[in-house]
Design a protein around this ligand. Sequence first.
Ligand SMILES: [Zn+2]
Length: 451
Amino acid sequence: MSTNFPVNTFYSHKKTKRLLELEVKLEQGVSESKKRPLPPVLSSSLLGHSTDWKIFHKQAEALNYAKERGSGLMTFAFEEQIPGNEGRRKYVVTHPTNMWKNHICRPPDKRCSYEVIPMETQCKLYFDLEFNKLVNPSSDGNKMVDTLLAASFWAFEDIYQIKVTKCDVLVLDASTATKFSQHLIYQCSEVAFEDNSHVGNFVKYLMTEVKECRVPKVSVDEQRNLFVKNEKGESVSFCDSSVYTKNRNFRLFLASKFEKKVPLIVEVESNNYLPNRICYKNEDWPTAEAAFFASSLITYFGSSNQSKKRLLTFDRNKREEVTLSVDCSKHRTPFENKDPSLNGYSSSPWIEIDRFIAGLVAPAGTIRQWVYFENTETIVYHIHGNRFCSNIGREHKSNHIKYVVNIPNATYFQSCFDPDCAKSRPLPQPIPPAHLPWVNLLADSPPYDPV
Ligand SMILES: [Zn+2]
């Protein structure tokens, strides 16, 4: 048996009326807001940022919406916490300042959010570094990061003539007792990569250089140490090169992977970066934590002037060309590949020839590396700092030059890594006898007289 208690037996008539009115208003509000189309004009916060917050089930729809709306809106992915749906990814399009406010208000273990790095979008240089500590007990992660930083600074200067230091790199960490896991995000305020595919090409080129131990001023052992064992026992780079695919989801600062409860935090020992307050202004990012969040975003540059930024590219073709020519893999014999004594960075066994070549490229240029080819008895000198190519009569903008010395003929010629110059090969010039002491020695010795 059920009894219906009329409301007015509990409340005064006046109160009941008021309650009903409120209820009606609430319901009206809910259905209105459900029906209401998106405002034609963006609603703005006091700071002038869009206050949009729109959830999508499909990433492509979210990306399209963000692109159409512009206004600094970005796409973020998050893992749902609703029972029955846990871990399923959804997408929100909003301004990063709104995302931060929402992110920081959640309990730490409920921050399972990612930045979506859209294709064809300017971005920062970033690395995802990881290895299994149990499989690699002797690997020192922080030391490896130091080596990678040095190698990347060299490549940045060598390719783009831009000096980067540790103060420009935000280091985030989510390591556990069993797994080393760090993110590096480069904060060069005057430059941006055209999109993350260019970053991927740059990183792949860099890791090829490291694998071949070709990075100057970094010891061979240190370069080799960047390769670790995976769970299958295979040798792999600790730098994950799969994070440069289109629309990549990259974990946010202070976020944990779903049900992992290990947040991505600023690494205390290796990080030397402090948020740049010109790019990430106090008004938008009032706390240090907020400014670190802003800095950690791969496709967000804050208030820095995007139109004044220099756009960096690294084409796959260019990478292959550079790798091929530096490798000289077409000409390499297996023996040469195996024998590290046949190439190097400091002096070669032909010190006099080294000096002669160094004299030709000085004062701006130096010998970056020499490679000896046994079958043709030639030495190839890779030059750093001087790109003057005799074929075009001026410096190349990005391609390096090299000198090729033929030992038996005592000749040399200059060539370069520009495909346009590949067809023309200059005439070999004689090396002055003063730089060929062994030839003089042979000439001075009496003819061999077999008994
Ligand atoms: Zn050239």
